[in-house]
Design a protein around this ligand. Structure first.
Ligand code: FAQ
Length: 319
């Protein structure tokens, strides 16, 4: 990375770093190193795509939610995730790339989204596990990103975090209710935890030593805490929540360690993680195909909205 910064003006670079060190937010019109801009384009777009693709595993259960109450809550939650995608695409657009381009990169497989959304959601308990674990992991990461150095990204995070905490409780409530139900319902909840636990830990990314972007991203305060530190925070928070309602995380080594003041945990299956990221997870193809189809089906809506906006604009100009 250092040699990639050689083309930048050293004085501007030093002033930029001083601003970051003084916790002054970088705004869209401020000078920024090209590598800073590119790194943000990559991370924010990946984040935005995750929110939108993340609607799919939950969308699977809207028509089969077990009560009107749970259906209404699930629909509101999924709609929130779409809204998060919108705030994040807007933040990403301030870096000089259009939303069409971001979507094109996604459809061409050039842009990533969170690996966790490439797993199936076959039971109602998966709605509990996604809210509790996936949103729970997202919150730990995003609370830290509220202090990210790029202004539009940090501000989007503040609102997103408020909504995600409601989502986490929605998921935990589903798990809690299932655990108070029949033997079959308790088994369904435990099975969902067993399937979503490891993919949720993978959401935080590779170990710090294997994280290509962390060192520069931390220096520029794009990331405020490391992948491993955030993962450990999530584990320490979540295991007591599981135990409180009678669930057990699928890891024999997940025991409180008084010496480290953290829970221990087993090695993560990184082969599985990289395999899913490369496009070979159980649902990668399904998720992307669905997004492409929905995008193409919606073309007439975008055209109609643009035509309406132009008409309104013309009216204003002739008035
Ligand atoms: N999945 O060098 P690092 C949500 C890639 S929102 C896929 O450590 P970095 C809401 C990484 O891109 C969840 N790819 O990368 C919701 C890089 O590849 P690249 C999304 C991953 O960026 C809930 C390579 O590996 N949240 O859940 C993953 O410094 C329920 C090397 O990794 C965010 O995106 C992964 N898990 O750190 C919605 C948060 N991990 O780009 C619906 C913002 C790593 O060079 C339902 N993002 N990679 O080709 C971040 O904080 C960071 O991007 C990390 C990764 C921490 C994810």
């Amino acid at each position: 990375m250092a040699h990639e910064l050689e083309n930048e003006d050293p004085i501007k670079l030093a002033e930029f770093q001083a601003k970051i060190d003084a916790e002054i937010k970088i705004e869209p019109k401020d000078w920024m190193p090209e590598k800073y801009r590119q790194n943000l384009v990559r991370q924010i777009s990946q984040h935005a795509h995750s929110e939108v693709i993340g609607m799919q595993p939950e969308g699977n259960w809207v028509s089969r939610a077990p009560s009107l109450r749970s259906k209404k809550i699930l629909m509101a939650k999924i709609q929130d995730e779409g809204g998060h995608g919108l705030y994040l695409y807007c933040a990403a657009e301030t870096l000089g790339v259009t939303r069409d381009q971001y979507i094109k990169w996604l459809h061409e497989g050039k842009a990533k989204y969170a690996s966790v959304f490439n797993y199936p959601s076959p039971t109602w308990a998966d709605m509990g596990a996604i809210g509790w674990l996936v949103d729970g992991a997202a919150i730990v990461n995003q609370v830290s990103l509220q202090r990210t150095s790029y202004g539009p990204y940090a501000r989007a995070m503040v609102r997103i975090c408020m909504e995600e905490s409601f989502h986490q409780r929605q998921g935990y409530e589903i798990m809690d209710r299932l655990m108070q139900g029949s033997e079959a319902q308790r088994k369904m909840a435990q099975d969902a935890l067993d399937r979503w636990w490891w993919p949720s830990l993978m959401m935080f990314g590779p170990h710090d030593a294997d994280s290509a972007h962390s060192s520069q991203s931390m220096k520029w305060k794009i990331k405020r805490e490391s992948n491993d530190d955030l993962r450990q925070q999530f584990i320490d928070k979540t295991i007591p929540q599981a135990e409180l309602i009678g669930l057990k995380v699928p890891d024999e080594k997940a025991i409180w360690n008084p010496e480290t003041n953290h829970y221990d945990f087993s090695d993560i299956d990184w082969d599985e993680f990289w395999n899913v990221i490369k496009g070979n997870g159980p649902c990668n193809k399904q998720r992307l195909d669905h997004h492409i189809k929905a995008h193409n089906d919606g073309e007439w809506v975008r055209k109609a909205a643009q035509a309406y906006a132009m008409k309104q604009n013309n009216k204003l100009q002739t008035a």
